[in-house]
Write a protein that binds this ligand. Sequence first.
Ligand code: PAN
Ligand code: ZN
Length: 186
Amino acid sequence: PPIDPMSITFQPPTGGMTPSGPVLSRRMSDLEGLFADTAAWRAARDEADPVVYEVASSPVPEAPGELPQSITTIHPGAVGGEFHMTKGHQHPNPQGEIYLGLSGTGGLLLFDGTTPKWIPMAPGVIGYIPPGWAHRSVNTGDEPYRFLAVYPGDAGHDYGWVLEHGMGWRVLRGAGEPRFAPFQAE
Ligand code: PAN
Ligand code: ZN
């Protein structure tokens, strides 16, 4: 059933939404197979299993024609020098998506299966993801990186594609600027 017009209030201290839909927590243990340094990932998982990122979803349903939103907060850190990041996914029903940087610094890594692209993200930056581009977010700073996402309700989320193809690059801690290394299947 269609839902009524509504306003949603962003909660800057927590990255939450009021009213809210589901809130997801991704811990280190949920991110198996993502980081190149498997030993460093296992050590982080076994030691404290920290929350790497959280996703608060709006109450707007994932249904055709709707535009659900989410706010993602990626906590700062790295695993074997590789910055904290989201799993990354493709939209199986290819459609565009809009990101807006809210706080902290990071980037949007995009991959169409051939060419990786990097969009630096900061508060006020709108990142556009065209249809057909897999996307992953990376925190390249030392404070939480937070952004709003708006996506078509029937886009779907395919996580297997990224596990199979990678994202073209790995984003590593460099001297000041992030460093990009070609993705190699482990
Ligand atoms: C975002 C992402 C969110 C978490 O809302 O879903 O940042 O990343 P993963 O879904 O890759 O774990 C989005 O792109 N939605 O389509
Ligand atoms: Zn998406």
